[in-house]
Design a protein around this ligand. Sequence first.
Ligand code: HPA
Length: 272
Amino acid sequence: MSESQRAGLAARFLLDRTPVQPRAALVLGSGWGGLIGELRGAVRVPYAQVPGMKVSTVPGHAGEWVLGQIGSTPVAVMSGRLHYYEGHSLADVVFPMRVLKAMGVETVVLTNAAGAVNTSFQPGDLMLVVDHINLTGANPLFGPNDEALGPRFPDMSRAYDPELLELARQAALEAGVTPRQGVYCWMTGPSFETPAEIRMARVLGADAVGMSTVPEVICARHMGMRVAAASCMTNMAAGVLDQPLSHQEVLDTMARVRPAFTRFLLGLMEKL
Ligand code: HPA
């Protein structure tokens, strides 16, 4: 069975469980889960039940689809995502994007937790992603190309949709959050970066560094979906401050900003 056939089966499985025909999707990264309770008519489907889907192992990533309505926007929300560092293949990491496309979703909003490389940023800042740098050497499109899904050499010059970015900026301001904008750099993890790696990333033009999002963006753009991404600066990246990094710091910062970031996301999804 081809990847798109597998995705089609999973999409059918999800659509059979809800009257909602999602138009937009939201991928909730580490600690971003606060919005789930705000969906109307929510139907929850654990990843483990969906044919073809792998399960996330990271604390803070629940691992379920939530289908419902935000304002007048029918949405598919991924509560928890799969990461490359968990040992999943990149094909498995981006499989949910394939499923979303097969469901008829046109717009994807991705969220994540990230370390601030830009020293003018602060923990708790919201950064809207304008571009990315892939420092992993890996790509979810390695392997034979399925021409039915997209071209062999997809353009990445406008990976993050400028109109969506503007909607996100407005939604942030309306939620009382002053957004930053910047370049997200994907590292594989799971070890945090070294201070030397962070200095390198800064020289290369990165404003934030994290362990997710970029494979999904590449895959979604390959299929012609519109993409926006938002990062919570949960910590200053390695070496910026004279203190060690921890996943606990990431979760603590997310908990602090969750109410405002939830308002931001609800506002953005309502605009789609
Ligand atoms: N580095 C990589 N990923 C992250 C970080 C970081 O400092 N913080 C949250 N996710």
